[in-house]
Write a protein that binds this ligand. Structure first.
Ligand code: DX5
Ligand code: ZN
Length: 225
């Protein structure tokens, strides 16, 4: 199944609940919640207290939390308690503690996603594929919405997909950053099945954009089956 996760980083944050609810009603599958600490990435966004309020306002949504922070294990429980369903953390943040961090996230009861930035070889996630619910492949450098897709992302997704097939495991493969009309099909063909879209959704009419993207996903799925 192919799903759309809307990145609220590009929403009007003064109307966060209303815009999130709009995207859900119109067919988005998940809410992508980007947490940045100004240390792991050069930008600061929002944390668990904001997620807690959003969860209260839009309880029916599935919350796909993307931690771009230096110490994910320390904060995983806070995000789980606030309403996260899935917690993604970066391998680059904890290069020597990947296994422990997977265990710490697992302990919270959330699904576990391991994320790689564009300069990390896809092989870095291979040792953990059996333990993960999801691999998140960045299509841009983490830190900001609205950036241009890095084309090598496609072969990185394909390499992870091929290794999953070889091992007979099937974590979801999510792609985040630079997803739009011109890039969606290539990453779908490479084997990704969850797509994050921020500026594509929130730039303009949210309802219209979500419906359009879901239609694109459906048409591409039919074509590549
Ligand atoms: C970047 C974030 C992305 C970003 C996606 O660090 O992780 O989720 O908001 O935005 P678009 O879809 O505009 O590239
Ligand atoms: Zn993200």
């Amino acid at each position: 199944m192919t799903e759309l996760s809307v990145s609220i980083l590009s929403a009007d944050l003064a109307n966060l609940a209303a815009e999130t609810a709009d995207s859900m009603v119109c067919g988005a599958d998940m809410v992508h919640f980007d947490v940045m600490d100004g240390h792991f990435v050069p930008n600061i966004t929002y944390g668990a207290p904001v997620l807690k309020c959003l969860k209260k306002a839009v309880p029916e949504a599935f919350y796909d939390v993307h931690l771009m922070i230096s110490d994910p294990a320390r904060y995983a429980q806070d995000f789980a308690t606030a309403g996260a369903n899935l917690i993604n953390f970066h391998i680059e943040a904890v290069p020597n503690h990947v296994g422990q961090t997977i265990a710490a996230v697992r302990e919270t009861g959330c699904l576990v996603g391991l994320t790689i930035s564009p300069s990390t070889p896809p092989q870095a996630v291979f040792p953990y594929l059996d333990e993960l619910d999801l691999v998140l492949v960045m299509g841009v450098e983490p830190g900001f919405g609205g950036q241009k897709f890095i084309p090598t992302t496609v072969s990185r997704v394909a390499a992870i997909k091929a290794e999953c097939n070889r091992r007979g495991v099937s974590p979801r493969i999510e792609v985040d950053g630079g997803i739009n009309e011109g890039t969606l099909e290539t990453v779908m063909k490479a084997g990704a099945n969850i797509f994050v879209a921020g500026s594509w959704v929130f730039g303009g009419d949210i309802a219209e954009n979500v419906r359009h993207i879901q239609k694109e996903i459906e048409e591409i799925s039919d074509r590549i089956e």
